[in-house]
Design a protein around this ligand. Structure first.
Ligand code: MG
Length: 311
């Protein structure tokens, strides 16, 4: 079997565990977690070693090998042939550029939202002063306020919402969540490019969730083409104010949708994919029937099965 091992910090292992939440399985002895995606089986150990096995193991390993470089931990053990071509040049972060990020991919309930934002270089400092940063480090209340402030600046952006019915249909038709994300980013970026018309920009940064090669494979399979000057980097919101602004607007939209769904179904829907979520699913199925779930949830997550324990 094809496989590779990389070594990461404990902090990264925790991040990975959150990332792979929908795919977690019972870990073998001594392992922190084991996850099985369409591409690979990932097993993380307390020693910091993470083993990637399976047909497309390099797709998964590459995501994390990149992060090692950004955090200046020990150098990557896995060669990334895309790195030179698609890694953004440093001067891009201080130039006019487009950035794109998504929200809701790890949450059982609610949609996936994606937002691409164009930031003119003259607006970069203003956005920084406003406190625009990775939405994961901002409280829900402040995400709403900040999103409004960004929009009031009349900064060009394009927001796409993949609602649960459509998400589940695509998943049933064989789309991975990675493909959905790639197509959402592509759509949001195309939306912004249309809006900005002839305004100059130096590049487009996608907050990376798979290798550029896999991303391209996803979008070309739907007849789309990667726009010129596209770049990929993990944790891009820490470097690009446009990606950070995209993450804030996408998060605010996700939270709004969660509120709307909560009102519509009469259950206080929870974020994330915890055991509390499993219990809530059981209550919802008992009151509304299993056929109601696809209208509010990403039903392929393991939570749907785990909920049976509570019925
Ligand atoms: Mg992201």
């Amino acid at each position: 079997m094809s496989q590779v091992t990389i070594t990461v910090s404990n902090e990264h292992i925790e991040q990975m565990k959150v990332h792979y939440k929908p795919y977690l399985q019972k870990p073998p002895q001594g392992a922190v977690f084991r996850a099985r995606t369409n591409d690979a089986t990932i097993t993380a150990y307390r020693s910091g070693k993470v083993l990637f096995q399976g047909q497309h193991y390099e797709n998964e390993a590459n995501k994390w090998a990149e992060q090692q470089i950004h955090s200046n931990k020990q150098p990557t053990l896995f060669p990334n042939k895309d790195k030179t071509t698609y890694f953004p040049p440093e001067q891009l972060f201080t130039a006019s550029h487009i950035g794109s990020d998504e929200s809701g991919t790890g949450d059982y309930f609610g949609p996936v939202t994606t937002c691409a934002v164009y930031v003119d270089k003259n607006n970069i400092n203003r956005l920084k002063e406003m406190g625009v940063q990775d939405s994961k480090s901002i409280s829900d209340a402040n995400v709403h306020i900040l999103a409004k402030e960004i929009i009031q600046l009349q900064i060009p952006y394009s927001l796409l919402i993949l609602h649960n019915e459509k998400y589940n249909d695509l998943q049933q038709n064989g789309w991975t969540q990675g493909k959905m994300k790639a197509m959402l980013h592509q759509g949001a970026i195309q939306g912004v490019l249309k809006k900005i018309n002839d305004l100059p920009y130096e590049g487009i940064i996608v907050d990376q969730f798979c290798t550029p090669e896999v991303y391209k494979r996803h979008i070309t399979s739907e007849g789309e083409r990667l726009p010129d000057k596209s770049f990929f980097m993990t944790k891009a919101e820490d470097y690009s104010i446009a990606v950070a602004a995209g993450s804030v607007i996408a998060r605010a939209s996700f939270l709004n949708e969660m509120e709307r769904l909560t009102h519509a179904c009469g259950f206080d829907l929870l974020k994330g994919a915890s055991q509390k979520v499993d219990r809530l699913i059981a209550s919802i199925i008992q009151e509304k029937g299993e056929t109601f779930l696809p209208t509010i949830a990403k039903v392929h997550f393991a939570n749907t099965k785990k909920a049976r324990k509570y019925m």
